[in-house]
Design a protein around this ligand. Structure first.
Ligand code: SF4
Ligand code: SF4
Length: 290
């Protein structure tokens, strides 16, 4: 029952926060590997009571896999959908040859923000990619969220990260493409496949400084738009009670509405906590010229 030597499984750890799609990414990877003939074992922690909590999934594959969990220090690849979660799990990465793939976007818990003004900086995390690149044998740190927005759908960030993963795994792109196409909503297949290719072909030079130096953030103005799907709102009142700015309420029909748009900071807590996915927060950034 040995898991060492040439037949040892390959270990991929996928981490992020609730609502990001860790489980979807994990399922796509597991399916791709199964199609390629590998034995695959998957374990996960999800279903957090509060969306926004830590979520992770272990994937182990190879000719024969016995255990579904990856011991610390033995992940061959760590894929982080959120920067700070990626840093938290670095100890799991194999020190002698592990690959770290991460979106440089950090999701800051609203309660960790002292200044919740749109675009305000936070001391919550340090996005020092150069420091991480020193610590791990192979680091791929890309601004997948911005890349996804440039493709017209910020939710494609996960597929971009899958593309970056495809660049380091020995699996034909056709397999990736077919599994992604069957795993995403039909209306988004084309954009997701674009995202897959964008991640697969991404080079550090595409985003100067992404791997070799710390990311600097130019001053930006952030515009917040709250998209509410009334048909999905089940009147649970969670978002109203947890909105830090008190700018939501339930209307006469007991459907959530934004009553004070100017107060909304775009913190996303309503989006993360809504159990019915009835709220989407859209942030758009405009560079501020001096
Ligand atoms: S409405 Fe949502 S995004 Fe806006 S401040 Fe309240 S919780 Fe945050
Ligand atoms: S959390 Fe979601 S379902 Fe509950 S009131 Fe808010 S929008 Fe409606």
């Amino acid at each position: 029952m040995s898991e060492t030597g040439a037949s040892a499984p390959t270990n991929v750890l996928i981490v992020g926060v609730g609502g990001q799609g860790v489980i979807m990414v994990s399922k796509v990877l597991a399916r791709v590997l199964q199609i390629e003939g590998h034995q695959v074992k998957q374990s996960e922690v999800h279903g957090m009571a509060k969306r926004g909590g830590a979520v992770f999934s272990h994937i182990r594959y190879g000719p024969e896999v016995w255990s579904p969990t990856i011991p610390a220090g033995q992940a061959d690849i760590l894929v982080a959908l959120e920067w700070s979660e990626g840093l938290r799990w670095l100890d799991y990465l194999r020190p002698d040859g592990g690959t770290f793939i991460s979106d440089t976007r950090a999701i800051v818990p609203p309660f960790a923000c002292r200044d919740r003004t749109p675009g305000a900086s936070s001391a919550y995390r340090v996005t020092d990619v150069a420091r991480v690149a020193e610590l791990v044998p192979h680091a791929v740190a890309l601004d997948a969220s911005s890349l996804a927005r440039s493709l017209g759908n910020e939710r494609v960030a996960n597929t971009i990260l899958l593309g970056a993963l495809a660049a380091v795994l020995d699996v034909p792109m056709e397999t990736w493409r077919s599994v992604v196409a069957e795993s995403v909503p039909p209306a988004t297949v084309e954009t997701n496949l674009e995202g897959l290719d964008a991640g697969r072909n991404w080079q550090p030079d595409d985003q100067p400084g992404a791997v070799t130096s710390p990311i600097t953030t130019p001053p930006v103005e952030v515009t917040v738009e709250l998209e509410i799907n009334p048909a999905w709102c089940k009147s649970c009142d969670i978002c109203v009670q947890f909105c830090p700015e008190r700018c939501l309420t339930l209307d006469a029909e007991r459907i959530v509405e934004l009553t004070d748009p100017a107060a909304c900071t775009g913190c996303r807590i309503c989006e993360w906590l809504c159990p019915d996915f009835a709220i989407n927060v859209h942030l758009s950034e405009t560079a501020v010229t001096a």
